[in-house]
Structure formats: C-alpha cells, structure tokens
Design a protein around this ligand. Sequence first.
Ligand code: ADP
Ligand code: MG
Length: 247
Amino acid sequence: MLKIENLHAEIDGKEILKGLDLEVRAGEIHAIMGPNGAGKSTLGYVLGGRDAYEVTAGSVTFLGEDLLEMEPHERAAAGLFLGFQYPVEIPGISNVQFLREALNSQRRARGENPLSGAEFLKLARGQADALGMDQEMLKRPVNVGFSGGEKKRNEMVQMGILGPKFAILDETDSGLDIDALKTVGDGINRILRAPDKGVLLITHYQRLLDYVRPDKVHVLADGRIVRSGGPELAEALEREGYAAVAA
Ligand code: ADP
Ligand code: MG
C-alpha cells in the first residue's frame, strides 16, 4: 500500500533522509526503530506533507497514487493518518467539534454524506469507551491540559473515529503507563489489524511491540534503513543496543 523509494528530504538546507527505501503491503504492520536524530519523525512529517520539509529525490506511492503530489488534506482523505510524537493542543475548540469537522471534511472529499451531530456523538462515544477515555474529555478543548498519556489515548480515539486505511504512529508509546500501553496497543490492533490496512509504527522500545506484533522491523539510522528483520530484531535491539545491531 505504501512504497517509498530512494527518498531524500531536507529541512533548512540540511539533508535528513538520505535514500530511504521501504514497502508496507496491505495487511502488514511494520515497526521502525532507531537512535535519536535518525530521521524517524522526519519520515512521518514528510509522509504527512508538512511544509518545512523538502523532498529532493525519490518517490512515495500510496495506494497506487503519487503521495508527494497530494496536499496534506488529500492524503488524509485518501486514508492516511499521522499520529504525532507531540500532539498539538488547540485551545477554544472542543475535541468533538474538531473530530466531527475532521471526519466530515474527509467524508465530503470522498463524496460521502457528512454525519449528523447525533450520529457523530454515537461514534465518538463508542470509540472513547473502547479506548478507556472518559466521555468528559470529548468536550474539553483538544489536548489542552491533557497528560502525555491522555494525549496519546486521545490520538487513538481520533484514529478510531477517522478510520484510516494506513497509520503512521510516531512514538505513540512514549509517556504511557503499562495499562495505557495495553489499551493503545489493543486499539491499534482493533482499528488497523486488517487485510486491507497497514501501519508504520515508529517506536524506541520493544514493549509496545509485545502488544502490537510487527510483521517486519526496520532500523533507521542516519536517514536510511540500515537493517530489516522480523520481530526478533526488535528484541536484539533492546538487548544489545542500536550500535551493536545496526553496525
Ligand atoms: P528522530 O525522530 O529519529 O529522533 P528527527 O526526524 O526528529 O529524528 O530529527 C532528525 C534530525 O533532523 C535531527 O538531527 C534534528 O536535529 C534535525 N532537525 C530537525 N529539525 C531541524 C531543523 N529545523 N533544522 C535543522 N535540523 C533539524
Ligand atoms: Mg522522533
């Protein structure tokens, strides 16, 4: 579903991605691990279409389309979801308002009818329940005053509501306690473990992978994939460190 070839990207004139190749097929979950500063978040931003990043070479195909030619909202409407390492706070806009607008603009872009307020609330409540999020948090301004773990849980609720085809989740496990980790892991499996869906899970730690078993694990170092393997690669990284395994 997602095919990245020889991707080079820079920010402020500094090259961060230096010829990255990666293919995720429908039904697969891939994990990307790697040291700080390797370019993991940069990869997420480039795939999401963030302005500041300039792609200087290479290609990205998503569901047969040229992803790099699409605007960020077109990418979202096509079914791409990006979960951020640092979710943004949006004062003055409630979670439900924000999510309904996001969902309905994606539905309109796909030629589907927007959901009514009542239909939307039912969906949102169901997702909040499934992810163990207090219903009251749906009414609060987006992420404002949420703890790190609550932001991540909220991100999974957003994902459940939007129902993407493919998610790129950047350190969704950071700041989560053990219970939240399990809830988030279950959420990823429930929402995205399907024959026609896919996930790119960016993580520092093996522990999330205990809940979300990846089909493939890649090590990203200095802007490239330097090693790929199965789940056992993540275990080796945890035991021996990046320097030993990715050398
Ligand atoms: P990771 O997520 O793997 O830890 P990032 O993708 O966040 O790494 O960062 C990759 C590299 O890009 C880092 O060395 C970082 O300092 C650098 N970087 C990020 N933003 C900028 C910027 N605006 N200007 C210059 N370098 C940047
Ligand atoms: Mg990062």
